[in-house]
Design a binder for this molecule. Sequence first.
Ligand code: MRU
Length: 352
Amino acid sequence: MRDLTPPLEWAGDHIRIIDQTLLPEQVNIIEVRSAAAAVEAMNRLAIRGAPALGAFGALALVVGFDEHEPSTLQEAATRLEQLRTFIGDARPTAVNLRWAVDRVIDHALSSSETLDDVRLALLTEAHRVAEEDAAACREIGRLGHELLRNATTIGTHCNAGRLATAGIGTALAPMYAKAEAGEPLRVLASETRPLLQGARLTAWELHDAGIDVTVLPDAAMASQVLSGQVDAYIVGADRIAANGDTANKIGTVAHALAAREAAIPFYVAAPTSTIDPALPSGVQIEIEQRDAIEVHEIRGKRVTPEGVAITNPAFDVTPERLITAIITEVGVLRAPFQESIADALLRVGASQ
Ligand code: MRU
């Protein structure tokens, strides 16, 4: 049966999220009632995916504000500045988090004359972030569906679906649209080591929606692509630089290279809130380094010899030249990305 538990929800004075670390075995809800609990949930990937982190981080500001009960506007401003860093820096590559936290705090501080105003402005703007993301997902789904009309077997990496956004997803939104239109569709989801967002989350969410999904080891995708068994790729993004270079889950660049070699399209799907116009290229994107334990152990069991070194970057950067198009809520952006991205941001009124 279809599981329609909302992955992220405001419950009046706290946030309710599905603990994504326990999927697919358990759909367990966690109640987040403090800024520290919010940061902990983000750090251990109970909530994850760049747009979902933005929506969650925005609501976490309200929780962190309530916790301290500031008694003057000055105290409120001081508390929000603490939260700006504490919550905004929890995951450094996913720019939607920093973007949403800055947006909500700046709005609350500039539009409020009383303490009640501050709290209301924080909550209203946080809801607006989530609503806009849901709308962006729908439009990305519509535009991606047009591009993928003739694609039947589609590859994806990590999870860029409803678990990763405040809506129906970015990379997975066109899959939902195709399925709804009754078009033939088979999704190849690479398992996404070390934390298995593809095998656990994409597989769970698509299977649950009745979409034909096959999980492959990360290392098996390139041969499928080169032997002509994949029509197109679509992946999400954590941060897109001004020139189109795109940070996404570690391993994405290998998929893009295989797609280029096989001459199939490689699409990135992301809302404009994932674009960071302050960074000229992907070289400047900070890549989150995660704990070695994630590689040392599988499900709590050590698989590496004692004493070996580990590197565990959570993301890599796909150079813009490997990307066929970036699907955003304001249109399908193509090379030269420097120009198409700048135009898109002008359309959404973002500063550059
Ligand atoms: O470490 P994660 O699971 O937060 O990484 C998520 C991804 O890389 C997603 O592809 C990206 O955030 C886009 S989600 C719509």
